[in-house]
Write a protein that binds this ligand. Structure first.
Ligand code: FAD
Ligand code: DLZ
Length: 507
């Protein structure tokens, strides 16, 4: 008999390790362990979701006839790490070999390869990209661009293809996807699931064991099994997908979810299948329920971005999270945990993150991400914050988004230019500025939106590293045309914001 390892983000019935195992002899090992629950200070909801989904999956496997050795976090016999649990179960069941599916994070891959047991690692077939295909695509390229990878994935899968051509004649409908949204009482909402007895027990455990971790534990409404996650997906496809593309980049005060799916938490844990979601989006378009820009926009996020960042993570290796191409060293401000800031956009993004363990892409990229970029925050600290606070955060998907896309810390391997923006962008895409203590129209000095002077100061400060970038040429020309007095005031204004950050004063 063998042990079959199933991790907290491998909760999929046809996981390669389960498919290769023999239900009548082998024993599934699942373990809630200290090392996984504390490699960063995870949001309370993230731990609760993971443990509850693991417990539900163990029940599903038992009902399907598997023997499951499940170790609960508060069981005194439970070991510290996945490896110590495998060793304990190997002794208990007299097993020598372990079947596993390749885990997502370099950290755990290394720990398992050091584990003194014979661990067979099978590819993770839940990914749409076949093993080795990303490395083949990337080989010989100095810079990677998602768009070209995505086109190859469209051809490979046939999704939204008409023969050899993209459906509708264009690969990408992003141009149609930049509209600001308006408040709407009928705006769709993600499905809320009442906690059952398993989840209630986990919520009590998390409250007891992780009282000082960030985030609010209750109310807890995530789905914790595949059937419920599929219901949430069905609601998204019916109600929100039609407007997903159009309002993808919008932000609204008091609307944390807009037309986003809020499915990444389920997808990344293995409760939903990425290819199945893409097929459902394509079917919704072919059946006339949603416009092409919505279906294409949604499919691009999963077939393009999600697969692309996984490829980058695997290729770049374990030191990726230590990259710091712009040499940023400032500490992450404390208000990233408290929301204690006068910037309305930052407060909205941080408060909802602490409440729901969720923020949508533009909030992560253009609000909390852009602020950290402009303020020169150490990218490793930024990376750890994102890994902690989002329920969907696993290093393989989080790190390329943070280190590469958001903080431009990988020297531009992933993104063609830094996602730097002034308050004008936030004002165009949201209604936050109207109620903000700062004035977005004031460029520097008293009352200026901090994003304004920080934006120019960021470009100025990093000129030696950025001004050869053709996509920034226009911005450097604008800065150079500013008279010396305005430049000095801008620098002074940015320095005052940065000094307040460093002194821990309210910004
Ligand atoms: P939707 O807007 O409904 O998008 C549909 C799906 O596309 C998502 O469910 C997700 O699976 C996928 N997707 C969209 N954008 C990306 C992307 N850039 N990379 C990978 N997948 C994508 N996503 C995570 O899953 N985990 C993370 O830890 C994470 N950290 C991020 C950090 C930063 C700084 C940024 C800019 C983005 C990050 N993302 C992360 C990507 C994206 O923001 C989230 O996937 C998305 O907000 C999840 O919400 P949703 O399910 O409502 O997504
Ligand atoms: C996120 C997480 C947490 C909080 N706890 C556990 C755990 O106790 N046991 C487990 O198997 N997995 C957990 N996970 C998910 C893992 O961290 C994830 O499987 C690895 O990071 C590999 O991607």
């Amino acid at each position: 008999m063998r042990l079959v390892l199933v991790l907290g983000d491998q909760l999929t019935g046809d996981l390669s390790a389960l498919k290769a195992a023999d239900k009548s002899r082998d024993v599934v090992v699942m373990a809630e362990v200290r090392d996984e629950a504390s490699y960063v200070r995870h949001h309370k909801k993230k731990i609760a979701f993971t443990f509850s989904a693991m417990r539900h999956f163990a029940e599903t496997l038992r009902k399907a006839g598997w023997t499951v050795a499940y170790s609960a976090y508060d069981d005194p016999d439970t070991g510290r790490s996945i490896c110590s649990e495998l060793l304990r179960r190997a002794e208990e069941f007299g097993a020598g070999d372990v079947l596993s599916t390749e885990c997502g994070e370099h950290r755990l891959r290394a720990a398992l390869s050091d584990c003194p047991l014979k661990v067979e690692v099978l590819p993770d077939t839940r990914l749409i990209t076949p093993p080795g295909a990303f490395a083949d695509w990337a080989s010989g390229r100095k810079q990677f661009r998602m768009e070209y990878f995505y086109r190859e994935m469209r051809r490979r899968t046939g999704l939204l293809m008409e023969g050899d051509a993209p459906a509708g004649g264009k690969w990408n409908y992003d141009h149609d996807n930049r509209k600001p949204a308006k408040p709407d009482l009928l705006m769709p909402r993600p499905m809320r699931h009442d906690p059952d007895a398993i989840t209630e027990a986990v919520l009590d455990l998390v409250a007891r064991e992780f009282p000082d971790n960030p985030g609010q534990l209750r109310p807890f409404w995530f789905a914790t099994d595949t059937a419920a996650a599929k219901r949430a997906a069905k609601k998204f496809f019916a109600e929100a997908l039609p407007d997903f593309g159009t309002y993808q980049d919008a932000m609204l005060e008091g609307e944390p979810f807009l037309y986003h799916s809020v499915l990444s938490v389920y997808l990344n844990a293995g409760l939903l299948d990425p290819m199945e979601l893409c097929r459902q989006a394509e079917a919704a378009w072919r059946e006339g329920h949603v416009p092409l820009n919505a279906a294409e926009g949604y499919i691009r996020q999963i077939l393009g971005w999600r697969e692309y960042v996984r490829g980058i993570y695997d290729l770049e290796g374990p030191d990726y999270t230590r990259q710091n191409g712009l040499g940023a060293t400032r500490d992450l401000p404390g208000f990233y945990y408290t929301g204690d800031t006068d910037m309305a956009c930052m407060k909205a993004a941080i408060d909802q993150t602490m409440e729901h363990a969720y923020a949508h892409h533009i909030q992560r990229l253009m609000i909390t991400g852009t602020f950290a970029l402009l303020a020169g925050i150490d990218p490793h600290q930024v990376h750890e914050w994102y890994l902690e606070v989002y329920a969907d955060a696993y290093e393989w998907v989080e790190a390329p988004n943070v280190i590469g896309m958001s903080q431009f810390a990988d020297g531009g391997r992933l993104a063609s230019k830094p996602y730097a923006a002034s308050g004008a962008y936030i004002n165009r895409m949201s209604d936050h500025c109207a109620g903000c203590a700062y004035k977005v129209s004031v460029k520097r000095g008293q009352g200026a939106c901090p994003f304004n002077p920080l934006y120019w100061d960021f470009l100025d400060r990093n000129r030696a590293k950025l001004d050869a970038n053709p996509r920034l040429a226009q911005m450097y020309r604008t800065w150079d045309r500013m008279d010396a007095g305005a430049q000095a005031e801008t620098r002074g204004s940015a320095a005052a914001v940065l000094a307040r950050l460093e002194a821990g004063e309210r910004v």
